[in-house]
Design a protein around this ligand. Structure first.
Ligand SMILES: Nc1ncnc2c1ncn2[C@@H]1O[C@H](COP(=O)(O)OP(=O)(O)O)[C@@H](O)[C@H]1O
Ligand SMILES: [Mg+2]
Length: 325
């Protein structure tokens, strides 16, 4: 197993106002990630899907140890990295890369594209000088930025959003990482370019044998690329399984609602759109019992009292819902 995450939690303390500090001693927390477990195999594409605020980005940062977990365990390539120091983790970083959502914020405007992509090679002492330059030119070609010599010397300011994201992908992949966290990598890209960027990411994965933890709010995107999908709601995984099982037999009412929002390509066929009540609740005041019960069209009395656990319903397909026991 490449990555194993067990009962991972991240609570952010909420800053108190002056009055609150006088009136109460109690600390309050944003429970961004509230006890999740999953694993990713070598070369696998594993997606985290859920609405904004469900804890996806926090999970991605935790598994790369860019932020400190509150509790739980993260094992990467057989090594427990949960409480490793920055210095101890540094040699492993070449195998733990990230691609961010915003291609305008993720590149240093003063660095030429070639230098930006070369940087990880130098940092991790993989190559230098002429050899590093050759590797970068080859990578530029692979990500479709041609002629590579021209792009090598360009500054990000002269590039489109799609081209910048290709640079970010080249930079993340040049070390041939074992694990890449891709956090909504196409959601800021023009719709017409999304499929080609996703195809590029999948081609590089096949070539280098990298695994992706792919983060998206869009179940249709996840379906296109994933081996397995985990559905997150308010800091918890509510359903997880192989992509085809999840689409053939969606079990959680939240999964069904997300699915019903995907347009059906066949003319004449229609899926009934399941509309959820209200907004996702605050991660500071998480509902009792099943945290989805306040919005669930099928909730019954037990749901507000008892939290359902993830149960295996068919091989490799788990759901946390009182309707499936
Ligand atoms: N640094 C932080 N401090 C306090 N709260 C945070 C911080 N980062 C994220 N959160 C909160 O944690 C919850 C989950 O956020 P996030 O992981 O970004 O979700 P997603 O990526 O699914 O939209 C949200 O309620 C968000 O406001
Ligand atoms: Mg996010």
């Amino acid at each position: 197993m490449l990555l194993e995450v067990t009962d991972l939690k991240k609570y952010f303390p909420v800053a108190k106002t002056f009055i609150e500090r006088i009136l109460t001693k109690e600390e309050r927390y944003v429970r961004a990630v509230d006890g999740i477990s999953f694993s990713i195999e070598e070369g696998e594409v594993f997606s985290l899907v859920g609405e904004s605020g469900s804890g996806k980005t926090t999970t991605g940062k935790l598994v790369l140890r860019l932020i400190e977990p509150t509790s739980g365990r993260i094992v990467f390539q057989g090594t427990d990295i949960t409480s490793m120091s920055k210095k101890e983790i540094r040699p492993m970083r070449r195998h733990m890369q990230i691609i961010y959502q915003d291609p305008y914020a993720s590149l240093n405007p003063r660095m030429r594209v070639g230098e930006a992509i070369m940087d990880p090679l130098l940092i991790h002492r993989i190559a230098q000088g002429r050899e590093a330059r050759e590797m970068v030119l080859e990578m530029l070609e692979k990500v479709g930025l041609t002629p590579p010599e021209t792009f090598f010397n360009s500054y990000p300011a002269y590039l489109s959003g799609g081209q910048r994201q290709r640079v970010a992908i080249a930079r993340a992949m040049i070390t041939r990482p074992k694990l890449v966290v891709a956090d909504e990598p196409v959601s800021m890209i023009d719709v017409s370019l999304r499929a080609s960027i996703l195809d590029l990411m999948m081609d590089l994965r096949r070539e280098f044998g990298s695994a992706y933890l792919f983060i998206t709010h869009d179940l249709a995107v996840a379906k296109y690329i994933s081996d397995r999908i985990a559905i997150m709601y308010l800091g918890k995984i509510v359903e997880v399984g192989r992509t085809r099982d999840l689409f053939r037999n969606p079990l959680h009412p939240y999964t069904k609602a997300l699915l019903s929002a995907i347009p059906v390509p066949t003319p004449g066929r229609r899926r009934e759109r399941i509309k959820l009540k209200g907004e996702i609740p605050s991660a500071i005041d998480i509902p009792t019992g099943c945290r989805f019960h306040t919005r669930c069209p099928l909730a019954f009395d037990l749901c507000s009292r008892e939290e359902p656990e993830l149960m295996e319903v068919e091989p490799g397909h788990f759901v946390a819902c009182h309707l499936h026991k």
